[in-house]
Design a protein around this ligand. Structure first.
Ligand code: PSU
Ligand code: MN
Length: 308
């Protein structure tokens, strides 16, 4: 895909620039998971391991972050480590992106902001852990992640392990349907729920072949439809925490968040941190396994898309 004409302060690494110019497969990766989703040093180790998975599958990884007033697409050298160690990186979504860039702030991109950057750079496939969605109690708080709106607007296929189980999954599916976002479970009928392969909810769509997902991505463009696709890829069985085991942990973490008055952008990082403690690190092991698994599938989809 050709990048959209723009004057954005984009700075692709030489490797990413060359791959895009030659039409080779590229997979975008987000950075909020590094700064706000996992503790040091597992965050850096995971970021590198995920890049290695993309490479092993024959594609080029492009980790995206805001640094020095530029959208860096592909973090080379010390940049990834710098970001993983930074304590004051902004969590940047669509609403914050222009301000963060105008100020020259260091910003970690969420799913929404990473999609915007990927589209500007001409990258069509993006792998992450879990997307944001409709939070439980959203009928009171109105807390609905900007990730959902971005999926409706920006033409990038996002591979995730399903919406995080800390969310209200039925409402998240309803909003995605309203917004016209295809939600495609990979290889099973049920929607996966991040740490668990099962959610108890039927996925709206199912596909078993990365080439078919690539074909659907192309077809949306041919139909003139904006927006991307959400591919929900179940965590590998040996790494999952079954839904019955994780549900009470989620409920305890949610009660803690409410008790502590956590709101807005702080909710997701707070819950992930509490889940980590409450499962004695098991939630992190699962998180790492599922991101790597998503990187592998995203690389297969990007490879299918790169073929003429
Ligand atoms: N899933 C994770 N770890 C994370 C996130 C998702 O396992 O850190 C991040 C993603 O960047 C996602 C963001 O876009 O949380 C959603 O935040 P919010 O609910 O504030 O929109
Ligand atoms: Mn939110």
């Amino acid at each position: 895909m050709t990048p959209i004409p723009n004057t954005a302060p984009l700075n692709p690494s030489p490797e990413v620039r060359a791959a895009l110019a030659e039409g080779r497969p590229v997979v975008a990766l987000e950075s909020t998971i590094i700064t706000h989703g996992m503790p040091w040093p597992q965050n850096l180790q995971t970021a590198r391991a995920v890049e290695d998975e993309v490479r092993a599958a024959g594609a080029v990884p492009a980790t995206i972050a805001l640094m020095g007033g530029e959208i860096r697409v592909g973090l080379e050298g010390a940049a990834l480590e710098q970001l993983a160690q930074s304590r004051d990186a902004m969590k940047v979504s669509r609403a914050d992106m222009a301000v963060a860039l105008a100020r020259g702030a260091t910003g970690a991109t969420t799913v929404a902001a990473t999609m915007i950057a990927a589209r500007l750079a001409g990258i069509e496939v993006f792998a992450t852990g879990g997307i944001g969605g409709v939070h439980r109690g959203a009928e009171q708080t109105m807390d609905i992640s900007a990730d959902l709106r971005e999926l409706a607007e920006t033409r990038v296929t996002v591979v995730a392990a399903g919406p995080k189980a800390i969310l209200d999954l039925p409402k998240t599916l309803e909003v995605l349907e309203t917004l016209g976002v295809p939600v495609i479970a990979f290889g099973q009928d049920e929607l996966p729920a991040f740490w668990s392969r099962r959610s108890g909810l039927a996925a709206p769509l199912r596909m078993d072949d990365p080439a078919e997902i690539a074909a659907a991505h192309r077809m949306r463009a041919r139909l003139g439809l904006p927006g991307g696709q959400l591919v929900a890829n179940p965590v590998p069985g040996d790494a999952e925490i079954p839904i019955d085991e994780i549900t009470p942990v989620i409920e305890a973490a949610l009660a803690e968040a409410e008790g502590a008055g956590i709101a807005a952008k702080a909710v997701t990082p707070f819950l992930l941190g509490r889940m980590l403690d409450r499962t004695a690190g098991r939630s992190l092991t699962t998180n790492i396994a599922l991101v790597k698994n998503n990187a592998r599938l995203a690389a297969r989809i990007a490879t299918a898309l790169a073929r003429p």
